[in-house]
Design a protein around this ligand. Structure first.
Ligand SMILES: Nc1ncnc2c1ncn2[C@@H]1O[C@H](COP(=O)(O)OP(=O)(O)OP(=O)(O)O)[C@@H](O)[C@H]1O
Ligand SMILES: [Mg+2]
Length: 386
């Protein structure tokens, strides 16, 4: 099997609604052959989810089982954001705020001009290095803020590997679409309004986003969601400090950023890069969270430090950025993420939960919100003053 024979096979794949075949229509961007493994990159902009699936199936059928082909991988390249799913009867109406709600057939309320206009604080959770626990911190921080009485949204902007849907236990959910405007209505999980790019792309087909498209997709994505009134919108950022992350930080009206690191020197070096990136675009860095910082013995509660200590504090002092908290390394945190039952939702009073709650308390101190209860009290107090 060589490139030519693969192209010939792909030329037999029809495109739904088009006269041309897949190859003639220029929809095959790349073919990679690595031994028996064939990777086909398809450019499928303009096709809806159903059509994309039909094309992927046809490509698999055309190549699988061919002599010399052991495995076929398909990647889809998108230049623009996938279209919202069509609004149906059960779709949540605009005005979700605390996470959808509403529903039914009442006419939609007139939406505000800007989907972010009623969001008080946009907080990015970032890191230089991948895999340090950004998503875990973002998810549990969102729940900890919620537990403290705030109205919270969680937006997963990790276009490379969105993991919030899994961690929040809504991997199979699909966002609704507001009836009045073509905006997504977030999925609600644990009382938090959740939106993820992972809801829009197919689970089993990796998506490659062309570089310059990343920032526009992200910007459009944030603004195309009906966030409603929120005290905090926690944003889970993709790893890295490249152009994509830089433009992303510039395009979102961030209140501030939280940098997650582990005690490892390599993670700290990248954390500093992250910190500098935010400073470059004049986004305040709210502070550092040291994840996997210590281990608490399950039976005796003894705290030990299997990794380096003091590195995060050193960075904190050197770059004059505060410490927001330390999160232990713990099996329950990892299992909670994998199973979609975050530790803050199941064991908020555990030492692990308290670690996340301390981060939430530090965030609230820097970016205060007025709880509904507080507002009412304030309102009454004002009345009495008069
Ligand atoms: N404190 C912790 N204790 C134990 N496991 C943890 C902890 N924090 C994160 N993990 C686990 O480490 C893995 C990576 O975490 P997570 O996905 O949150 O990192 P990330 O920085 O968002 O990664 P990426 O850069 O790929 O987006 C996950 O399996 C998660 O459950
Ligand atoms: Mg992540």
């Amino acid at each position: 099997m060589n490139r030519e024979t693969i192209e010939q096979r792909l030329a037999a794949v029809a495109l739904p609604g088009h006269d041309e075949d897949l190859v003639a229509a220029g929809r095959v961007s790349e073919i990679e052959i690595d031994g028996g493994e064939v990777t086909v990159v398809l450019a499928l902009d303009g096709f809806d989810r159903e059509a994309r699936h039909a094309i992927e199936d046809a490509v698999l059928a055309a190549l699988e089982g061919q002599e010399g082909v052991d495995d076929v991988l398909i990647e889809v390249e998108l230049e623009s954001m996938p279209e919202p799913p069509p609004a149906d009867d059960g779709v949540t109406m605009y005005g979700g705020g605390g996470g959808g709600g509403g529903g039914g057939s009442k006419p939609a309320v007139k939406p505000p001009k800007n989907a972010l206009s009623e969001v008080r604080h946009l907080i990015a959770v970032a890191s230089g290095k991948g895999g340090v626990g950004k998503s875990t911190v973002a998810v549990n921080l969102a729940l900890a803020l919620k537990a403290r009485g705030a109205r919270v949204g969680l937006c997963d902007l990790d276009i490379y590997g969105p993991s919030v849907p899994t961690q929040m236990g809504v991997a199979k959910a699909k966002p609704g679409v507001s009836a009045s405007q073509k905006r997504f209505v977030p999925v609600e999980a644990y009382g938090v309004s959740v939106m993820s790019i992972g809801f829009l792309v197919d689970d089993d087909t990796p998506v490659i986003w062309r570089g310059p498209i990343v920032s526009s997709v992200v910007k459009q994505f944030l603004e195309d969601v009906e966030w409603g009134a929120l005290d905090y919108l926690v944003i889970d950022m993709p790893p890295g400090t490249g152009d994509a992350q830089l433009t992303l930080s510039q395009s979102a009206p961030l209140t501030g950023a939280i940098i997650v690191t582990t005690p490892s020197e390599l993670a700290l070096i990248d954390a500093v890069k992250g910190l500098q990136m935010f400073r470059k675009v004049d986004t305040p860095v709210l502070g550092l969270v040291e994840n996997m910082s210590h281990y608490i013995c399950e039976s005796c509660g003894h705290e030990s430090h299997p990794f380096n200590t003091g590195g995060t504090e050193r960075v904190s002092a050197q770059f004059e950025v505060g410490m927001l908290g330390h999160i232990p390394i713990d099996h329950a945190i990892q299992r909670g993420g994998d199973e979609g039952r975050p530790v803050m939702a199941t064991a908020a009073d555990s030492p692990q939960g308290k670690g996340f709650d301390a981060v939430a308390a530090a965030v609230i101190e820097k970016c205060p919100f007025q709880a509904e209860e507080g507002k009412k009290k304030g309102f009454l107090a004002n009345l009495f003053k008069r």
